[in-house]
Design a protein around this ligand. Structure first.
Ligand code: SAH
Length: 418
């Protein structure tokens, strides 16, 4: 009760908190105390910041400073351990955030340590095995032999959190459920970081002791909410303490932002949703290809300044009979030749309103074999939490959003540009 909150600590960086501290006439070291409380201890109100004098805590609250923590409204648990969270923000808008314990979490093969560890420990993420067992279990388990699979998250775990960047999405990919929502609004940096804080708290884990990977692959297009996304990434590194190399952002291909992203000093790794082997096909599946076609996209990828031991990941959703033919695989191999990259193949995760088919396991493996034969590392992303609609392209809030015409116009949706 009491004073309505006017500003949230969550989402503020060190400089912004320093201003707040100095304006309050407090000593400089309070900045670190507040940073630690918000991002490391993940307090939910100024009253909980026990390192601050009681009087300062009260003054903060009275002046309308809150933490702005994200609230978990619902949790859905999959038989494979994946948990889909419905997270609600102050204005009642909500997004989904996914917790994937002990898994490749979708980042397998993109150079993150989780993927590399899985490979080197002999756990095949080449997909054949995973896919076969997925098919064998009727898609419910998506599991494969993994000795430590049932281990609860612990300091030796390597779980992955899949974060949303917008409420809904404006990009209109024809195979993605989130696209059906349209876009309602961007998330603030605090709301993006808040998803991570809420899940870490709920799971009882804490980086860096617990190894957490982050993928910006949930609802929304991170590069259409670029400033908030990049600020959130910085806060996750500097505040929460998750290493850059443990984070991957996926874009549908917003070319100018890929270029900006390459110039950032602190940045996650880059994944690009390719999804088609030629322009005609890609324009049909991802209308934004009219604006930034494959030539432009691949030029940006070729010029992208990779760091030591860094690779670009290309994601490719396989749609039965549409883009999964041997000919498509050969075109992809040709297109990516010479690029320091990996390909993550994702068999379509089905959903209501999606008019495509999940390809057979044989098709998936044949596609992978052609890429590998051409010298391109290719992996099959293990479907996670399909039974609870938590897998790639299945995030669609329980309560649907009303589309905001204003945001639709601002954002890039070539379909509407004619
Ligand atoms: N907007 C960003 C990040 C979110 S999508 C992007 O487009 O990259 C994360 C990944 O899921 C993308 O590679 C996307 O192509 C894939 N995807 C979308 N819908 C899917 C579906 N129904 N089945 C499997 N993968 C899907």
């Amino acid at each position: 009760m009491g004073v309505p909150q006017t500003s949230s600590l969550l989402g503020m960086d060190r400089e912004e908190i320093a201003v707040l501290v100095s304006e309050a006439g407090e000593p400089g070291y309070r900045t670190k105390q507040i940073m630690d409380a918000v991002y490391r201890q993940r307090v939910e109100s100024p009253a909980e910041i026990s390192t601050l004098p009681q009087e300062f805590r009260e003054r903060l609250a009275e002046s309308g400073v809150g933490v702005g923590a994200a609230k978990i409204e619902k949790k859905f648990s999959s038989v494979d351990g994946t948990v889909r969270y419905l997270i609600v923000f102050a204005d009642g808008q909500s997004v989904e955030t996914v917790w994937m314990p002990e898994g490749d979490g979708g980042e397998a093969g993109d150079g993150s340590e989780a993927g590399v560890e899985a490979e080197s420990s002999g756990i095949s993420i080449s997909g054949a095995e995973a896919w076969a067992s997925f098919v064998a279990t009727g898609g419910a388990a998506g599991s494969r032999p993994l000795s430590n699979q049932n281990r609860r998250s612990s300091s030796s775990g390597r779980s992955t959190i899949c974060i949303s960047s917008q409420v809904g999405c404006a990009v209109d990919c024809q195979f993605c459920l989130t696209a059906l929502l349209g876009v309602k609004r961007n998330l603030s940096a605090g709301e993006i970081v808040g998803q991570v804080c809420a899940l870490l708290k709920d799971q009882g884990v804490s980086p860096p002791e617990d190894r957490i990977n982050l993928v910006f692959m949930g609802m929304g297009e991170p590069f259409l909410n670029y400033d908030n996304f990049i600020k959130a990434a910085r806060l996750l590194v500097e505040g929460v303490g998750i290493a850059e190399r443990r984070m991957t952002v996926s874009t549908a291909g917003i070319v100018p932002r890929i270029r900006d992203f390459g110039g950032e000093t602190i940045r996650p790794k880059l994944a690009i949703s390719l999804n088609a082997s030629n322009d005609a096909l890609r324009t049909r599946l991802m209308p934004l290809n009219k604006k930034w076609n494959l030539e432009m996209l691949l030029a940006a990828a070729r010029e992208f300044p990779l760091r030591t031991r860094e690779w670009i990941t290309f994601e490719y959703v396989l749609l039965g009979g549409v883009n999964d033919l041997p000919e498509n695989a050969r075109e992809v191999a040709e297109m990516l030749r010479g690029l320091r990259c990996k390909v993550n193949l994702i068999a379509l995760n089905p959903g209501p309103g999606i008019d495509f088919m999940t390809p057979s396991a044989e098709r998936v493996m044949a596609f992978q074999d052609i890429l590998r034969g051409a010298g391109i590392p290719a992996f099959v992303r293990r479907p996670r939490g399909r039974d609870i609609y938590a897998a790639c392209g299945q995030l669609k809030r329980t309560v649907e959003v009303a589309t905001s015409p204003e945001l639709q116009l601002q954002s890039i949706s070539p379909k509407r540009e004619g």
